[in-house]
Design a protein around this ligand. Structure first.
Ligand SMILES: Cc1ncc(COP(=O)(O)O)c(C=O)c1O
Length: 448
């Protein structure tokens, strides 16, 4: 796997925050490479919130978003399913002990060898959106349980997937359902993906209504076994975001169009589970002051800061117009001035933040970036020879005990925090581990 894995999870016996830990880690001055602090408790909290707000919808984590093995293992312990797009992702998920029934092979255009592999290991459920894929599956795995992927795009999405995948629900899907019936293939349901980082929540209502129509058409042409609705991904994943509004749209649309509980509803959230749990720390290792000149595009004096991670590493999303916020690890109160933040490669597009106001930073100072778990390390390259950041996984002691009891994480995955890390942020109350009230996460772990 591309992810640089830290095999051990550090157990914190007391309040902590990713920011506090990062401050502690860089304090020694020996750290030079960028790194993540990954909070497993955030993943558990998000699982809990999902089950509370959308009890009918089973999450199947989209591994492509971040294939960190310890993230996958944590979600496996919580009981999620998994959306895999390739043989390697199926291998990863089954390697931590997940049963093949908990996997959907949700790539509508699959390599033949990957279909053969899925068949060999018992991953039977897979998506398709074309006649060619149906014929291929008929040849390679005629007993597959098929889910037709339709297109229904949100009015606005950071990443539209409809341009590549999903057949037209009106002009193409009925014909494909008929063809599948003629080929004797087993269609068990409908899936869609409205796009990543969407802002229009009503799209889920439209897509669910379209899916219902296709259940009727499928039934009419002979698919009597349709019982799966897969509502895809697109859910927000930032620390400050909430799925409450989108959950309301989904819950009411399901009640309207799929009131019968015989239809199983699954989803494929990636960003939702991965993003907020990862905080990136990157070091300023060079800087340059630029002043306005005639005939130049520089409007005011500003400082260019060069950090050891960039758009060829963790910040790929910046090239898709997603912005990130650089936060100095120290000196929050210092006066701010105009600056820009650049990645380490020799490419001019390697700009992480084009315009910001930060306190004056020196070489050796650190910046942190929150909400960095989705489509970051999974996409990162070693372009120009710069390393992919390592991940330091951290968890509260009580959650560690519960996760251990559930497997696949074992005692050997955990290690006590070094003395310097303890009570790094005693002033910050960590809601997940408040001693006053029993942790809701422990409760939900007990239930699942
Ligand atoms: C088929 C499929 N499912 C799920 C996802 C995850 O989407 P998100 O990160 O928006 O939850 C993706 C993202 O590309 C996808 O292609």
């Amino acid at each position: 796997m591309k992810v640089t894995e830290e095999p051990l999870i550090t157990v914190m016996d007391g309040p902590w925050t990713p920011e506090g830990l990062i401050r502690e880690i860089v304090k020694s001055g020996t750290q030079e490479d960028p790194f993540y602090v990954m909070d497993l408790g955030e993943v558990v909290a998000r699982y809990h919130r999902w089950r509370e707000l959308m009890p009918r919808v089973e999450p199947f984590y989209a591994v492509k978003c971040n294939d960190d093995k310890l993230l996958v293992s944590t979600l496996a312990a919580l009981g999620t399913g998994f959306d895999c797009a390739s043989k390697a992702e199926i291998e990863l998920v089954t390697s931590v002990g997940v049963a093949p029934e908990r996997i959907i092979f949700a790539n509508p255009a699959k390599l033949p060898s990957h279909i053969r592999y899925a068949s060999a290991v018992g991953v039977d459920v897979m998506t398709f959106d074309s006649e060619h894929e149906l014929v291929k599956i008929k040849q390679l795995m005629p007993r597959a349980k098929l889910v037709i992927r339709i297109r229904c795009d949100a009015a606005s999405a950071q990443f539209s997937l409809g341009v590549k995948f999903g057949c037209d629900p009106v002009t193409e899907a009925p014909r494909l359902l008929k063809l599948a019936a003629l080929l004797g293939l087993d269609i068990i349901g409908v899936s869609f993906h409205v796009g990543c980082c969407i802002t229009e929540t009503a799209v889920y209502g439209r897509a669910i209504a379209l899916s219902r129509t296709l259940f009727h058409i499928g039934h009419k042409v002979g698919h009597k076994n349709m019982h799966l609705l897969d509502i895809g991904g697109g859910f927000p994943g930032d620390l400050q975001s909430s799925i409450r509004e989108v959950a309301e749209v989904i819950n009411s649309s399901l009640e309207e169009h799929f009131p019968e509980r015989t239809v199983r509803v699954i989803s494929e959230p990636g960003t939702y589970f991965a993003n907020a749990a990862y905080t990136l720390a990157a070091m300023v290792y060079a800087k340059r002051t630029v002043v306005p000149k005639e005939c130049s595009d520089i409007a005011e004096k500003h400082t260019m800061y060069f950090i050891n991670d960039g758009v060829y590493g963790s910040f790929n999303k910046v090239t898709f117009n997603q912005s990130v916020c650089a936060v100095p690890v120290n000196d929050y109160e210092a006066p701010r001035s105009a600056c820009s933040v650049w990645g380490p490669t020799c490419d001019g597009v390697d700009c992480v933040v084009a315009s910001a106001r930060l306190p004056a930073l020196s070489e050796g100072d650190w910046l942190l970036f929150r909400d960095m778990g989705a489509y970051s390390i999974a996409i990162a390259t070693r372009f120009n020879g710069f390393p992919i950041p390592t991940v330091r996984h951290v968890i509260d002691a009580r959650l560690a005990r519960v996760l251990q009891e559930r497997g696949p994480l074992k005692a050997s995955h955990f290690v006590a925090a070094p003395a310097a890390w303890r009570s790094t942020d005693a002033e910050v109350e960590c809601p997940a581990i408040s001693a006053a009230a029993p942790s809701p996460f422990l409760a939900v772990l007990g239930q699942c």
